[in-house]
Structure formats: structure tokens, C-alpha cells
Design a protein. Structure first.
Length: 241
């Protein structure tokens, strides 16, 4: 089956994330990730047409209220800020993540992965009862503002903006997802490898490595096989213990 790759640089997504240009002295959240290039990747899958196809009206209404299903959407986002000379400490970032977790009012959720990147902190939240991924959020490394990642809003059938859980099993299996991801990496980021895979409701997130070291991550639709590479993190710094 022939698959097509499409690089999508979306003004709507920049508006959604709201963090571009916020990092003092940095290139903004949507800028280049070290040697990983700039912009957002998508459109990997048999559906063609690009990842953002047909979603214009949804993107236009995403900043409204009541869109999320059990998932607080924004936290203290005020756009541009100034006079913040240093990055958040791990303790401060953990405190923000814990406040977010409490705000979900869901005792079945707990923090799984917690990583620091040059632009933000990445947090993966999972369900205790199922061991399945639930939500992915980012915390701006300087302002402390937080928000769900775009794939958690657009592809998450249980906790995302769609507001209803898709009962059907994902048509892309984990092994197939890893194969699709590796084909994509071989073409776009030669030398990187698909690693750990986490299943969410409607999609997978797959960690990537370079020469055996953690490099970044991508998300892949469990139905179409489309890929969303996480270029907005910046360079990996460390795990948050």
C-alpha cells in the first residue's frame, strides 16, 4: 500500500498551541527541534489529503468552552510574557502537573511519563485501572502555562474534543503503528528509530531514539495511520523524577 507523507505548517495549530515565540531567546514552540527540522508533520496514512484536512471548522472553534470531555483545556495561558529569566524547576513543574491532575476530578488518572525539553515539559497521564494512556499535556518551561497536546484534543476519542468515546477497536495494531512510524522516520529523520509505544484512545504515541538515546516522539492515528511529529518540544533535556 502506497503511503504519502505531507508536512503541514498550520497557522491554526500555532494559534491553538499559543506558545510560539514565548520562549525568551528561543525560536518558539513550533520552530526547529535541534536537527529535527521545523513545523509539524502529518499525513502519513492511506487516507491521504494531509492530517489537518477537513478540520478547519473544528480548529476555528477549539478555543471555545465546553469542548473537552473530562479534560481541562487551558491553564493560565495569557499569550506573550516577559521578564521570566529562568526555566521552571522540576519541583515547580511537578506541582503544576499535580494541580492539573487534581483539576480533572478523576481518581483513576495518574502521571506516567514526565520529561523536560528545551521548550516545555511533557507529561503523559494514564489510567490506573487499564494501564492505558489517557491524556498528554505540556507545561511551558518558562511561564508555567499548560495545555493538552494537539493529538490529545484532535484524536483522543475519550478525553479529547470529540466528547465521546469511540467503542471500535483501532484498526492500526501496535506492530503496524511501529512499522509505519519507522518508515516515516527513515524518510524524514534518517538514523532515528521507533521505540516505546503507548496506546491512547484513538491513537498511539511512540518515542524515538537516536544512537540509543532518547530523541523525541511522534503520535500516530490508530485509524488512518496519519503521523503527528512532536516538533514543539525542542531538545530533550532529562527525565523528571
Amino acid at each position: 500500500m502506497k503511503r504519502r507523507y505531507l508536512v503541514v505548517i498550520s497557522v491554526a495549530v500555532v494559534a491553538l498551541l499559543g506558545l510560539a515565540g514565548c520562549v525568551p531567546g528561543g525560536g518558539g514552540m513550533m520552530g526547529a527541534q535541534g536537527g529535527q527540522g521545523g513545523g509539524m508533520m502529518g499525513g502519513q496514512g492511506s487516507q491521504g489529503g494531509g492530517m489537518m484536512g477537513g478540520q478547519g471548522s473544528m480548529m476555528g472553534s477549539m478555543m471555545g468552552t465546553g469542548m473537552m470531555s473530562g479534560m481541562p483545556m487551558m491553564g493560565g495561558m495569557t499569550g506573550y510574557y516577559s521578564g521570566v529569566p529562568t526555566a521552571l524547576s522540576h519541583d515547580n513543574a511537578k506541582a503544576i502537573a499535580e494541580r492539573y491532575l487534581a483539576s480533572t476530578n478523576n481518581p483513576d488518572l495518574e502521571i506516567n511519563e514526565f520529561e523536560e525539553y528545551s521548550h516545555n515539559f511533557y507529561i503523559s497521564i494514564m489510567e490506573k485501572s487499564t494501564g492505558r494512556g489517557a491524556i498528554e499535556i505540556i507545561i511551558d518551561r518558562y511561564s508555567g502555562s499548560y495545555q493538552p497536546e494537539p493529538q490529545s484534543m484532535m484524536w483522543n476519542g475519550k478525553y479529547g474534543m470529540m466528547g465521546s468515546y469511540q467503542t471500535g477497536e483501532m484498526t492500526v495494531t501496535p506492530p503496524q503503528a511501529v512499522k509505519i512510524a519507522q518508515d516515516f522516520l527513515d524518510m524524514v529523520y534518517p538514523g532515528t528509530e521507533a521505540g516505546e509505544i503507548v496506546s491512547y484512545y484513538g491513537y498511539y504515541t511512540i518515542m524515538t531514539t537516536l544512537e540509543g538515546e532518547h530523541y523525541g516522539m511522534l503520535s500516530l492515528s490508530g485509524y488512518s495511520g496519519e503521523i503527528w511529529y512532536h516538533t514543539w518540544h525542542g531538545l530533550f533535556i532529562s527525565e523528571v523524577e
